[in-house]
Design a protein around this ligand. Sequence first.
Ligand SMILES: Nc1ncnc2c1ncn2[C@@H]1O[C@H](COP(=O)(O)OP(=O)(O)OP(=O)(O)O)[C@@H](O)[C@H]1O
Length: 341
Amino acid sequence: MSMLNTSDAHLPFPILIGDIGGTNARFSILADAAAEAVNFPNVRTADFKTIDEAILMGVFAKTDMRPRAAILAVAGPINGDEIPLTNCDWIVRPHTMLEGLGIEDVIVINDFEAQALAISALGENDRERIGTASRELVASRVVLGPGTGLGVGGLVHAQGSWIPVPGEGGHVDLGPRSMRDLEIFPYIETIEGRVAAEQILCGRGIVNLYRAICKADGIDSKYRDPADITSHALAETDKTAVETISLFSTYLGRLAGDLAMIFMAKGGVYLSGGISQKILPALRRSEFRAAFEDKAPHSHWLRAIPTYVVTHPLAALAGLSFYARQPASFGVSTEGRRWRR
Ligand SMILES: Nc1ncnc2c1ncn2[C@@H]1O[C@H](COP(=O)(O)OP(=O)(O)OP(=O)(O)O)[C@@H](O)[C@H]1O
């Protein structure tokens, strides 16, 4: 039995769980540890001034259930009693929630910690395997998700617990490796001179990569929206778009393999984020998996690690509910991130 959570009392049910993204916030309520989650319609963050107002209108106005506790996953760092969100004007103020919403206990964690909690127990219907490695081990895992940005979360298995590890893995350096990379990389828009992984592996990164390929080839770029590039790539109606998504898959595989080595992720590497699902047919091709395994001197080891695309539509909420139902199975540190009345 793990000692990691002994200082943390269980949260009282019903528990409100929330995944607060830049554009959308998704909420559910768990009536008790055995009950199915009751899901509420997506709330667009731009439609409400505050998260408290969104909870009142998007949840409380639609049910008689009143949560006694809340676990929220947010995109952004959690420091202190005022938590600003990346890509959205909301500031999460747990003290205000305790006073105004009748909630007794609030925990706030990072969105990729929630994604990491989810990959501890996703079923076969909630993921699609990429490649042939299929050995399922109860061992450390990694999740990386290209969306508006690039999130990364580790899930370490130790002392009989799953321990989510938040971090800024989306900001590691990504370097050129092939001759073609060397032609394209000089044209990738940098951040203070650096090609951080997020300069390529996210929505705006797809456009950045596409434009760099156009410049390297001396042709005009036609598309400004990542969705246009992926749709032309998947339909094979534009050669540069096809190469963009092929290289995107290679670079995603390269980073996924690096993270697998860093975390000794024998339990598998998971791709989440909106973009992974949208380019699933491209990820099924050879580039992603080939780059993932291309890690001499450890390729034999990478070949045995399964890789998956998360297909669960509400994976972060699923992760939060696994934790809410069975907190003792997880080593979630709540220090400085839990507020009680
Ligand atoms: N078909 C597509 N192909 C590639 N990129 C796309 C496509 N559709 C949307 N995008 C890009 O995906 C990004 C949004 O990603 P995602 O849907 O994962 O949102 P998110 O970052 O999780 O935010 P939120 O949680 O608020 O929904 C945007 O940069 C958008 O331009």
